[in-house]
Design a protein around this ligand. Sequence first.
Ligand SMILES: NC(=O)c1ccc[n+]([C@@H]2O[C@H](COP(=O)([O-])OP(=O)(O)OC[C@H]3O[C@@H](n4cnc5c(N)ncnc54)[C@H](OP(=O)(O)O)[C@@H]3O)[C@@H](O)[C@H]2O)c1
Ligand SMILES: [Zn+2]
Length: 381
Amino acid sequence: MEEGGAIAFVPEALCLLGRFLFMATDREYMQRALDLAAQGRGRTSPNPMVGCVVVRDEHIVGEGFHAKVGEPHAEVHALEAAGDAHDATLYVTLEPCCFHGRTPPCTDLIIRHKPARVVVAMPDPNPRVSGKGIFQLRNAGIEVEVGLLEDEARRLNEAFCKHIVTRMPFVIAKCGMSLDGKIATRTGDSRWVTSETARHMVHELRNEVDAILVGSRTVMLDDPSLTTRLEVGQTKDPIRVILDADDYLDPRARVFHLESKAPTWVVVPDNRTVPEANETLHIPSGPGGLDMRHLMCELGARDIVSVLIEGGGTTLASAFDADLVDKILFFVAPKIVGGRDAITAVEGEGVARMADAIALERMRATPVGEDILIEAYVRRD
Ligand SMILES: NC(=O)c1ccc[n+]([C@@H]2O[C@H](COP(=O)([O-])OP(=O)(O)OC[C@H]3O[C@@H](n4cnc5c(N)ncnc54)[C@H](OP(=O)(O)O)[C@@H]3O)[C@@H](O)[C@H]2O)c1
Ligand SMILES: [Zn+2]
């Protein structure tokens, strides 16, 4: 126990120092490890994406990544490929694990291979690791450096980093809107607000997240399938979660008649069961309808690490009101819809004072086809 407390500050201190000490080649090898890690995108949940590179005499002698939950960790693949890692340097995007989970601890394996040095991009926020992996490696006489490309590593695993500490999913609010903020016309027509390129990107997002959340009106008006449709490679559908406070859903809706490995869950505030759903989630009512925080806790407890809210405006508003959104992805189309009755991206009551508006940070605009993707994080001070 004392061990954990005593070393808790070390990764941070070293990370600051490390940023100035790492060599250009260290950076390249870690970048390679990050690129490898990203190959596990959408497949490792609830585990993080991790990449590992073994370098000896300035040559990569082994590399690997965590491809799927339950399968070997990145370090196992990389060390296996290297064969002999004696005196080598191991680059790994996340602190190696030091406990028996679904697989044995990577620290034991690394220590057996006797590398001279291990470079770690970021400490593992998992309370079961949290510096203890680094401690074990150092204790075995291995030189360990922490903090190389740490920001990149954190961004890659932003969803994991939140869930492993809070048990709450990382929530992304997504919408496609006109330049004047409308997500549909006054008649509810929303096909299509954005270009095909933007919509393709949404399918890539669906391929990465664990669950997708929409309101009942979106299901009834748009009749979406909410599946992942990409031409290349193996794709996976996210679990579909639909809010239905007032028994508004039609059993004939497309989401109930799909050929999909992922289930459709309907969330209700009463003791009603929705027979056409794979499961009905009973969540109590909060101030503005279903208690969204309660729902997210339930999803987090089911190891759902990331949730993509795809609207509509009422559903997005209830997530913002409950302070559940971590990141926004708003695609802005070069068109004006107009109409005071046309639905906007975030409906609900809204705030009374500008000072109470939800503040965003790290905002970035990227052209996507003829649209612009606005990406930002909700600021929490
Ligand atoms: N462009 C885009 O990106 C985009 C994306 C999605 C949708 N849309 C458009 O948006 C429109 C629908 O948006 P909308 O705002 O009318 O509806 P919505 O958000 O799709 O659905 C609203 C309904 O969801 C349920 N709901 C949401 N939050 C809830 C909460 N906290 N507690 C309980 N129930 C909750 C309620 O169901 P009950 O009615 O059962 O009470 C509510 O009436 C459609 O026209 C669609 O085409 C556009
Ligand atoms: Zn491991």
